[in-house]
Design a protein around this ligand. Structure first.
Ligand SMILES: CCCCC/C=C\C/C=C\CCCCCCCC(=O)SCCNC(=O)CCNC(=O)[C@H](O)C(C)(C)COP(=O)(O)OP(=O)(O)OC[C@H]1O[C@@H](n2cnc3c(N)ncnc32)[C@H](O)[C@@H]1OP(=O)(O)O
Ligand SMILES: CCCCCCCC/C=C\CCCCCCCC(=O)OC[C@@H](O)COP(=O)(O)O
Length: 272
């Protein structure tokens, strides 16, 4: 009887393997499906640990979440080559801005996430079952992208509390996922936040995923991601009048870095 089950299991695995070899679409769906399952199951298992260790919603839970998510890369054959981590060593709070390509970014995020850092996320994430629960417990700041007024109010509140709570805030200034190998124009929320709190902006750039991940082409293979944490950009003395310049400055530095890390050197200059 047990041998029978084993043979069935082996046959199913063999069939899946053959399907994956034969069809890129099956390969893609199975790999991305597995990522979803991993996120949902691990969130469900990690949430009680967070509650037991830290008692509720707190940024301290991010350490636990980070430990779990950092192991995901081994399942997908992803490697991260990280440079500039010392640039996170600023005294006190800061705004971290990075490019956002895919839901796979959660692996890259956790690879470099400094202690005491919360992310700004769309409020819809809160309703994503166990993933919503874990993001809530980790202290993610939820914003309503459909209401500028409400999003601005949340950000203004964060500007007031981040210094008192000594937290760093991670924002994806493109405001949505973008896997084209380029950057979308930046929204200004992160930069208003930095100026209001008078804290530095630290850009983080991930190389393009397009060589190993492209949902439109059903591509999801193993791959290497280069990550660079860039030197902090000071905002002391800046006012709301300087936000546009600050946004453009960060955009240009990050775009140039994105192209360099992705092997598109020479591009990205004079793009404002
Ligand atoms: C254990 C297993 C775990 C498994 C799971 C794995 C991990 C999960 C755990 C944790 C990780 C969670 C990580 C979550 C990441 C989620 C990522 C996202 O959801 S990205 C999407 C959401 N984020 C954003 O949108 C941020 C970027 N957007 C902005 O900053 C926007 O500006 C905005 C604040 C949202 C407002 O956007 P809107 O489109 O409505 O308006 P505009 O940007 O066009 O601005 C209009 C106008 O207002 C001015 N403005 C903007 N902000 C402010 C402000 N704060 N104060 C004052 N004024 C502001 C802006 O300048 C514009 O004016 P003007 O044109 O005159 O310049
Ligand atoms: C009871 C309800 C059950 C719902 C189940 C939902 C399942 C979702 C489960 C797993 C997905 C893992 C995602 C990890 C977190 C990803 C964060 C992220 O990358 O969000 C995207 C957001 O930045 C931008 O969104 P858009 O590009 O604008 O769109």
């Amino acid at each position: 009887m047990e041998l029978g089950w084993l043979l069935w299991g082996a046959a199913v695995l063999l069939l899946l393997h053959l399907l994956m070899e034969l069809s890129p679409a099956v390969n893609f769906v199975l790999r991305i499906g597995f990522y979803y399952v991993l996120c949902i199951v691990c969130s469900g298992l990690t949430a009680p640990v967070c509650l037991l260790v830290n008692g509720g919603r707190t940024v301290k839970n991010m350490r636990i979440i980070k430990t779990v998510v950092k192991s995901f890369k081994y399942f997908f054959g992803l490697r991260f080559e990280v440079k500039g981590l010392e640039n996170f060593d600023v005294e006190g709070p800061a705004i971290i801005v990075s490019n956002h390509q895919s839901i796979l970014d959660m692996m890259g995020l956790m690879e470099v996430l400094p202690d005491g850092c919360v992310q700004v996320g769309k409020k819809e994430l809160m309703y994503a079952g166990t993933v919503g629960l874990i993001t809530y417990l980790g202290g993610v700041i939820f914003i309503n992208r459909k209401s500028t007024t409400s999003a601005k109010m949340v950000m203004a509140e964060v500007a007031k509390t981040m210094t008192a709570d000594n937290v760093k805030v991670w924002v994806y200034p493109e405001g949505t996922r973008n896997c084209t190998g380029d950057l979308l124009p930046f929204k200004k929320g992160a930069f208003h936040l930095a100026v209001q709190a008078q804290v530095p902006v630290i850009p983080v750039v991930y190389s393009s995923f397009t060589t190993f991940y492209n949902p439109k082409k059903n591509l999801f293979t193993s791959g290497k991601i280069k990550v660079e944490v860039l030197p902090p950009i000071e905002t002391k003395g800046l006012t709301s009048d300087d936000v546009s310049d600050l946004t453009d400055r960060c955009y240009n530095i990050m775009r140039e870095t994105l192209f360099r890390l992705s092997g598109r050197s020479g591009e990205g200059k004079d793009s404002s």
